[in-house]
Design a protein around this ligand. Structure first.
Ligand code: CA
Length: 229
């Protein structure tokens, strides 16, 4: 069976067209006509990628994207947004919320398939490959099972929360992580900890690993990002 792709799109014609092309390319598409159904399927079916329209009745695409990115069960699923032509704001908000790519409407189904393949190549580990156990970032090495961070071979004393924040940043290198996402991944959903806590922990990480002080970029009003290397 091919890789499963969830298509969340309220316009039946577009939905059917995309499903048809994806099937032809060997994918296993599954569809949702609205945000609520999309959320249900994302959580229960855990597709390998989600194709998400922004303009949806009820819960819109951006709201759904926010949910997907904050729930630990779905936060790592790549999302490609479908946006109305020329709507710059939606595009920017989508990328800030952690969309992996966006495709302006109208689009050709071929283009969509090509973009999906590119995102999958970039983000989905090969079948059988476990979650990464080690991250190397310049002179920094993170050994996940041993809960150890080494800077040029010397251990850096990080608290468990600092460790997990750094792990979240490294595992999503190149992508902006909102404070909400960091809170959900590190503290769990429904936490009463405030956004400010994330800032405090980031400050501590920057202090303990000066090499990361500049590398960890503050994205105004959104969160943090560590660039790909
Ligand atoms: Ca729509």
């Amino acid at each position: 069976m091919g890789r499963s792709i969830l298509i969340v799109e309220d316009e039946k014609e577009i939905r059917d067209l995309l499903a048809h092309y994806l099937r032809r390319e060997g994918f296993s598409p599954t569809v949702a006509p609205d945000g609520e159904t999309g959320w249900e399927k994302a959580r229960t079916e855990k597709p390998e990628l989600i194709l998400l329209d922004i303009l949806l009745p009820g819960m819109d695409g951006l709201e759904l994207l926010r949910k997907i990115r904050t729930a630990p069960a779905t936060s790592r699923i790549p999302v490609v947004m479908l946006t109305a032509k020329g709507d710059e704001t939606d595009r920017i908000v989508g990328l800030e919320l952690g969309a992996d790519d966006y495709i302006p409407k109208p689009f050709s189904p071929r283009e969509v398939v090509a973009r999906i393949k590119a995102v999958i190549r970039r983000t989905v580990p090969a079948p059988g490959e476990a979650e990464k156990e080690e991250y190397v970032y310049g002179d920094l090495r993170m050994d996940v099972p041993r809960h150890e961070v080494l800077l040029r071979g010397k251990p850096v004393p990080l608290t468990p929360k600092e460790f997990r924040i750094l792990q979240a940043l490294l595992s999503s290198a190149g992508r902006v992580l909102s404070r909400e996402t960091i809170l959900a991944r590190v503290w769990g959903e429904g936490t009463h900890v405030t956004d400010r806590t994330v800032d405090v922990h980031i400050a501590k990480i920057r202090q303990k690993i000066p090499f990361l002080a500049d590398a960890i970029r503050t994205v105004k009003d959104v969160g943090y990002q560590i660039p790909e290397r």
